[in-house]
Design a protein around this ligand. Structure first.
Ligand code: PRP
Length: 209
């Protein structure tokens, strides 16, 4: 969008709410956003901001295609999909880690092809390629922890936040892959044509975090 507004894609859910708190605290508030639970687009003409609530994994799609100028997205999604966007800031929220985990006390046989259950096949492939380890990816969409318990995979590559899901299922972290946090990203064209307002926004956020 090349109008004078700043269009911001927020991930629906707790992370998006935390991110909105940051935008509000630096003067880009849109009070109505706190009132409605089903509305998806909110704007505040006074300070020229428009917010979209989108599925977390879609934020970078809206930004890459210019439907949003900036967005908030987890580093895990950026690493998995590789979007053509600018990563402007680490917002320091939504902190967790990408890890390899498996059944507590067990270790996979290094001689055998490793069966890896994951929502993140590209991250898993890259990680094991760099270790020259042969793997068989089992792509799942949730409740990944069940795969090793049922003997369908040897390990999982997944997000660990508090570690509760692993603990409650008798699993443990074997290896850490990388730390994750939410990033402020920008559309490349927007960053050129709305450079002043976007940089001003970034500077204010950087002071706040
Ligand atoms: C994520 C992740 C783990 C869990 C980790 O799942 O895939 O299962 O959170 O959090 P914890 O370390 O604090 O327990 P999510 O809640 O997104 O659900 P999913 O199983 O449907 O992917």
């Amino acid at each position: 969008m090349t109008d004078g507004w700043i269009n911001i894609a927020l991930p629906k859910g707790r992370l998006g709410e935390k991110a909105y708190d940051i935008f509000e605290s630096i003067g880009y508030g849109c009070p109505e956003i706190r009132e409605s639970s089903r509305k998806l687009i909110f704007e505040n003409a006074e300070n020229g901001v428009r917010y979209f609530w989108v599925k977390p994994s879609d934020v970078a799609v809206y930004v890459e295609r210019g439907a949003a100028d900036v967005g908030v997205v987890g580093k895990d999604i950026l690493e998995e999909k590789g979007f053509d966007i600018y990563e402007l800031l680490d917002l320091g929220i939504g902190k967790c880690r990408m890890a390899v985990a498996g059944i507590k006390g067990s270790r996979p046989d290094p001689e055998l092809t490793l069966r890896v259950a994951t929502k993140f096949p590209n991250i898993a492939r890259r990680y094991y390629r760099q270790k020259s380890r042969e793997i068989d990816i089992i792509k799942l969409h949730g409740s990944i922890e069940i795969a090793p318990i049922l003997g369908m995979s040897d390990v999982i590559v997944d997000i660990v936040e508090t570690g509760t899901t692993l603990r409650e299922n008798d699993l443990e972290v074997f290896e850490e892959i990388f730390p994750i946090s939410a990033r402020l990203i920008a559309n490349r064209v927007s960053y050129k044509f709305k450079n002043g307002p976007l940089r001003a926004m970034c500077e204010k956020i950087a002071e706040r975090i």
